[in-house]
Design a binder for this molecule. Sequence first.
Ligand code: MOS
Length: 723
Amino acid sequence: MIGPGDGFGAPLIGPPLPRRDGPAKVTGAARYATDEMPPGLAHGVFAESAIAAGRIRAVDAAAARAAPGVLAVLTHENAPRLAQVGQQGQAGRPGQSHMPLQDAHIFHAGQYVALVVAETIEAAEHAADLVRVEYEPDPAGPRARFEAHLDEAEVPPRIPLIGTPPVESCRGDPEAALAAAPVRLDLIYRTPVEHHVPMEQHGTVAAWDGDRVTVWDSTQHVYGVRSIVAKFLALEEEQVRVLSAFTGGAFGSKGSSWPHITFAAVAAREVGRPVRIWLGRRQGFVGAGHRSPTLQRMRVGAGRDGRLQALLHEAVGHSSPYDAFSDATAVVSRMLYACPAIRTGHRIVRVNVNTPTAMRAPGEAQGSYALECAMDELAAELGLDPLELRLRNYTERDEDEGGKPYSSKALRECYRQGAERFGWARRPLAPRTQRDGRWRVGQGMATAVYPGKQSPASARVTLLPDGRAEMATATQEIGTGGSTALAMVAAAALGLPLDRLRFAYGDTRLPRAPVSAGSQSTASVGSAIRLAAEAALRRLAALSGGAPNPTAWAEQVANHGPVSGEATYEPPDKDARTHAPHAFGAQFCEVRVAEDSGEVRVARWTGAFGCGRIVNARTAHSQLLGGIVWGIGMALLEETHLDARLGRFMNRNLAEYLVAVNADVPVIDAFFLPDADEAVNPIGAKNVGEIGICGAAAAIANAVFHATGRRIRDLPITPERML
Ligand code: MOS
């Protein structure tokens, strides 16, 4: 493998360049998927099931069909029959396996029961309201609360996320080690259902040309959408082209393909016109996935010196009746600390919801909450400083991977510099000792870790006679500025100014790239881009009989016409790799808790991170901020309420589904340490997208304990729970 120091021109912490698509976004010139308006465009709107479990007895669409402007109404009685696909996650994580409008079964509230296609969105919405459905509700009522059915918990066949971590793990004899440990904790933590609520909502435009369909989709994965649309419609993949110029946030919700995407193509074929389906905020809560709730039991055994002797982390989540989705909730507990005996496992309980899906740090967010709160509880039990406890359990080897060295690990330095900048040393050890008027004040910390996920990626780099270069790969720009970072990788590899690079992405006609998820795009696609750039330079050298010289290549290329190099980066799988790649960080925060109202405010934050090479200091820093802000929401605000009797998500809007806003967020001091990683991949970059949320909620819960002496183990920590 080419080492990152080997002729690669990028600095360890790259310049803080603004994103190249910024002006297009703020001027409205950027075209998102549902901005596409092909001639003759019609609009599709779904009607939703009013019940969560049962059957449709009868559906009367006559009034809807007769409404002005209506072109078609599809119900389970007349909708085209789609091919069957495997369960979600079984073939490259294509999406939910169940498709509505295929039979009379109702599996969850809000399941689509009709699709109205009309001349305008208003006409379609009106007609969707006119569809009359009679139901036969399941007499037992819906299953909504997974905790009521723990006796039916099952082991999921796999964890369908990048890297597919094993469902269960065990080393040593955890039960015996726990029984023998001088200090033991047995704790239950809970996290609720959450929704991604991306700023740009889910939407798709589909247009047929003969037997070929073009799909513009707001997605994290154009190749994934192509695969699932082709499967459901029994087409060759080449008959489907998927385009995504911009995706306005996703966070996992657009990593899988949800039914509306395929139905845009179905409806367009039915009416013989292009069709646009836009779910909107309310429907997005049921039409795409959510974060599964978790119930996590943490058992910790330790010596009086604080060294871990046993760790048992069991996570239960929920899934839909038709897909066995599980987050990787307990996975962080396998490797973060030195411990001779660890057991982890995952279970799911089927309830009447649509399939949950990955949401920012899927599993790591919830699991690091439980693990890092449990570590804090252990520190309190022992009268130890929580940071000192982490240092006593520090490991230089990944015990989950048989003791492999890390590809790099800057965590010790993250602890040191983070603590110093935060002023951790001034924190009193005892809880409930600081007050400012009606506010109790406390400080908490947690470790952040995110696995070095990578996937195979291909790219093409073409040197053009005018001295420019073009890079092409089917990756997606999901709002992170990733396309700017990737262009910076190409610029460094070619020795070319950034403004001489064109970047074509978001199109299945381009070389294959993986889902923009798991924080893997810069690492995976960036590695492919570096390899492709070097292939192009080698080819030019061969053609012109000399070493490629970036300053003179325009002349050299002019003699030969455009010169292309193509490459695929194949990350080694877990068994084959010699080093364990993880990104690390340390989170420190101060909270203020109002004694009279129970309100929790986050007052200060320091986060120090080591994530390998940072290609663009500005866009990467923004990812840290976004993750930490999300951690504040996760700790204090975010919760989708699933009504136990009706099986419905009750707060399907941003007025009642609360996310952290500016007023909830202090100035955040987040920074990267120089972290040279020579082993992870050809550009030495690890994952920065999701690590910011990892440990963030735990740091807050731990600070709340330090302020008040009270442990709230169920998220979010609302005023009701504080009082
Ligand atoms: Mo992220 S939840 O892996 O899109």
